[in-house]
Design a protein around this ligand. Structure first.
Ligand code: HPA
Ligand code: ZN
Length: 326
């Protein structure tokens, strides 16, 4: 219908996308075959049926297992190109994508293989669609800060190609305060900083991400709404929240899409954006996420324009590039 077309046609930036979470079962099968890896599934349907989770940890276990088929530079290239083609079809003109190097280096895949493959995919996206992209290196918070520091050292030759660092994986029990030194090192190197906080973790983790990690953008941030003072601060500081509605529904951050707080966030003056998180696992890409909340919360075109506009304002493009997109 009309609103569908409006959503797809709306130029937008994607600010919260784990490239490993864009691995579709079809590509998983193709890569398993190409790399001669046995996977415990006979069909794409069996893979999809195994995507049964109702919280972050259960999802993460499946997501890390899926990433095992990614072995070569070509695999990372093909993964990235598949995502960018899909994103471009949804009206994404700029994407700032997360990657989890530890998921790969811990399996013996060299950091350089991951980087070369992703950068080649980004170059293809630029050539095919005019889509621009930036990389955000995420540290896995279920591993310790020494491991994050070692990852940051492995990244040092590549820092010209990395826009920022992030913090993801199992939130509860792994607060931002455990990653102060590695985020300080990233800041010293001139990198941007983001962190997942307030997805399952309490508002106190959001405060730590702000005050101890010095984040430029907050990933998820849903639970900020439990603390009015924190909400007011985020609004005052024009902090961008990268909200992921289908993820929130699948991981039971919200019970029903009808309970999604996206319109409440906008009403509170928060700079909320809509993103897809792990689209191959959560049932949709960015336009599906816009559509899902638009339908569930009765968003109108003005709200959708605000959300898309926020995605450029919250991006790490420079001011001139942001203005060109508004
Ligand atoms: N939260 C934390 N870690 C993640 C996620 C998420 O939604 N997706 C991939 N890694
Ligand atoms: Zn995420």
């Amino acid at each position: 219908n009309d609103l569908d077309r409006f959503i797809t046609g709306l130029p937008k930036a994607e600010l919260h996308l784990h490239i490993e979470g864009s691995l579709e079962p079809e590509l998983m099968f193709a890569l398993a075959r190409r790399n001669r890896i046995a996977i415990p599934f006979r069909s794409v349907e069996e893979v999809r049926a195994a995507y049964d989770f109702s919280n972050l940890q259960d999802f993460l276990n499946i997501y890390y297992a899926g990433a095992d088929v990614l072995r070569t530079e070509e695999d990372f290239h093909d993964l990235a190109v598949a995502y960018f083609d899909r994103a471009a079809a949804d009206g994404v003109v700029h994407a700032e994508i997360f990657f989890d190097p530890q998921t790969h280096t811990d399996r013996g895949i060299p950091f350089d293989v991951v980087m070369r493959g992703l950068l080649a995919g980004m170059a293809d996206a630029r050539a095919r669609h005019g889509l621009t992209a930036k990389l955000i290196l995420c540290f896995l918070r279920h591993l310790d800060e020494e491991a994050a520091l070692a990852t940051f050292r492995a990244a040092e030759p590549w820092l010209d190609y990395i826009e920022g660092v992030g913090l993801d994986s199992s939130e509860v029990g792994h607060p931002p305060s455990g990653f102060v030194r590695v985020f300080a090192a990233a800041a010293d190197a001139g990198l941007r900083r983001v962190a997942h906080a307030g997805e399952e973790g309490p508002p106190a983790y959001i405060l730590e991400a702000l005050d101890l990690l010095g984040i430029d953008r907050l990933d998820h941030g849903n639970r900020a709404l439990e603390d009015p003072l924190l909400t007011a601060r985020l609004a005052r500081e024009a902090m961008t929240l990268t909200v992921c509605p289908l993820s929130n529904f699948k991981l039971r951050v919200v019970k029903e899409m009808g309970d999604h707080p996206i319109d409440r966030m906008l009403a509170l003056g928060l700079r909320a954006t809509i993103n897809s998180d792990d689209p191959a696992y959560f049932g949709g890409y960015i336009a599906d996420n816009y559509r899902a909340v638009a339908a569930a919360r009765g968003l109108d075109r003005r709200d959708l324009v605000t959300l898309a506009r926020n995605s450029f304002l919250g991006s790490f493009l420079d001011d001139g590039q942001v203005s060109a997109h508004l």
